[in-house]
Each structure stands twice: as C-alpha cells, then as structure tokens.
Design a protein around this ligand. Structure first.
Ligand code: NI
Length: 177
C-alpha cells in the first residue's frame, strides 16, 4: 500500500480540531495502516490523521519499537520541562528548539478497543504532545517564541507563494522575468 500525500502548512485541514472515533472497525484499522505506511515513507516518527486529511482523533508513531496506533488520545498529566529540536512533516525542512513538558501520561484506545495508559518522557513524550497538538488543530509554529515565529512565517509565506526560501519577498524572481 503506497503512502498518502501529507498535507502541508497552509492547508486548512491542519488547523481543524479532529473528532473522536466512535467505532473502531475495519475502516479505522485500514486508515491506521495507511498512516503508518505514509509515516515510514516520509520518513517520520509520528503522524496525525488530519495530516492526511482525515478529521478523526488518531495518531501513529514509531520511536524505534515498531509502529503504534493511538485512538482518541488525551494527555491527563504532564510534568517537568524539556527542550528538544522539533520538526514536522507538514513543515518540511524546518525545525526549532521547543520547550515543552518532559513527561506526559497519555490515555486512549488501541486498534482492538483496549484502553491504553502510557507514561512517556523525552522523545516519546514529545511525539505524544506534537501529535496531540495536530489533532487539536495546532501547528508547531504556534509553539514558537515570538522571534522564532517571525522568522518562520517569513520563510513559510515565501513557500506558500512558491518563492524560494532565500527570496521571501519574491523580488529576485520578479526581476529575472
Ligand atoms: Ni507534525
């Protein structure tokens, strides 16, 4: 099964809050399989359903222990603070040092409908928080400091207009007409 296209910064689906999964059936299992394939093809460590255009609360991840799927995830507790350079498959080629809680307690369901209760820190805790943000319609750029965000938006505006990163206002492309 080939991977699916990943929605990119500027796509409104990335700013939408996803809805709870009410029934875990074959369609959900096949969605999760496509998401895992897409994540590996990218490649990335995590992927949220709205990154492939599906507004449901599901994310997949693999931090080296094989692929996992979490349905209807919620973070019920978080603790500490950890700085980590974070990127996003919907904002390729860019990454920033982001401070977030270090440890989180995540609850949700697996593909068999069993309740999950996962305590995670460092990389795994970071993946959970990043994917939860996606499912709430929050992109990485909203987690940046004002200075980081200014620079990021300058680069991303150029991309949305299909201008090269080094020419965010498009002047040199216009002048070379
Ligand atoms: Ni992301």
């Amino acid at each position: 099964m080939p991977g699916l296209p990943i929605r990119q910064f500027g796509d409104p689906v990335l700013k939408e809050r996803t809805r709870e999964v009410e029934q875990i059936d074959g369609a959900v299992a096949s969605l999760a399989a496509s998401m895992i394939e897409t994540m590996y093809e990218a490649p990335g460590s995590g992927l949220a359903a709205n990154q492939i255009g599906v507004l449901r609360r599901i994310f997949v991840y693999d931090i080296g222990d094989g692929p996992r799927t979490v349905i209807n995830p919620r973070i019920v507790e978080s603790d500490g603070e950890w700085t980590y350079e974070e990127g996003c498959l919907s904002i390729p080629g860019l990454s920033w040092d982001i401070v977030r809680p270090d440890a989180v307690h995540l609850v949700g369901l697996d593909l068999d409908g069993n309740e999950l209760s996962l305590e995670a820190s460092e990389l795994e805790g970071r993946v959970f928080q990043h994917e939860l943000d996606h499912l709430d319609g929050i992109l990485l750029v909203e987690r940046l400091s004002p200075e980081q965000r200014k620079e990021a938006l300058r680069i991303l505006r150029g991309r949305t207009l299909h201008l090269p990163d080094g020419d965010p206002d498009g002047l040199s492309s216009m002048l070379s007409l």
